[in-house]
Design a protein around this ligand. Structure first.
Ligand code: NI
Length: 135
């Protein structure tokens, strides 16, 4: 660990303190470290080379014709990038699937878009994070 001083306007620091208090931080140092990590992680998502990891969450009606087959086919096509998945039967018709994905950011984005755009997928959301190696 190393220490460094930061100069800023009183107003800005007050706002920062208020914000981190609301978020539950007990000290500024951890809040600042997390802000820096967030920037590094988001920069990884823009990089051509960095490996990212994340989850793709989709909701669909399993009764939609050919949907289950199509989803299985796509997941087999991307088997290098798809690490695991969890299936939840929400009710008689709707399913939730959480798919863990890992690979180059561009590839992860495009496979997510392919899956989300399949007919019958009602909602989908990709959440990317970091493998943690660079942090
Ligand atoms: Ni189901």
């Amino acid at each position: 660990m190393t220490r460094f001083g930061v100069s800023m306007e009183v107003n800005l620091l007050e706002k920062f303190d208020e914000l981190i208090h609301q978020k539950g931080y007990t000290n500024r140092s951890e809040a600042i470290r997390d802000l820096i990590r967030k920037e590094i992680v988001e920069q990884e998502w823009e990089s051509e080379e960095a490996e990212v990891i994340g989850t793709l969450t989709i909701v669909y009606n399993h009764e939609t014709r050919e949907l289950s087959d199509k989803l299985t086919e796509l997941q087999h096509e991307w088997y290098h990038q798809i690490v695991s998945s969890m299936h939840v039967h929400i009710d008689r018709h709707n399913c939730l699937e959480v798919i863990v994905v890992r690979g180059k950011a561009n590839l992860i984005r495009s496979l997510s878009e392919k899956i989300i755009s399949v007919r019958g997928v009602k909602h989908g959301k990709l959440t990317m994070t970091s493998t943690g190696k660079q942090l």
